[in-house]
Design a protein. Sequence first.
Length: 134
Amino acid sequence: MINLHHLKSGDTVITSYGGVEREGTILEVDHEEKKVLVSTENENEFWYDLDNLKSIPLTPETLLRLQFHVEDAQSGNGKGTLYVRGPFSVRWYPDGHDPLLVLHFRDEFRQLKHPITLNELQNHYHGMTNYHLE
């Protein structure tokens, strides 16, 4: 289950209602009621319980969709694959490597040992750049 404390406005999640799953953007988090207001692709806004939300696993395809590009000169030969978006980068190593991911922005590095979700990347990005990743 998704952790309420990991969710912030602007994060992207999957909503589930009536057996239909849609990607949406979090507009507001109500910590008292443990509900999340999400706007889906058809611009409908609805409050969801945590049971009706799922995180999106972070994949290379997700990074490309977020307008990261592969920096070929800095990838391969055991160095992992480097995905770059402006001054922010994600170095993705093969499974079993320690760390699995290295996030880099200017002089800050974060080494992550386990796979993360899209909303976790969005929170790291915001924490490092003060901008939201959409």
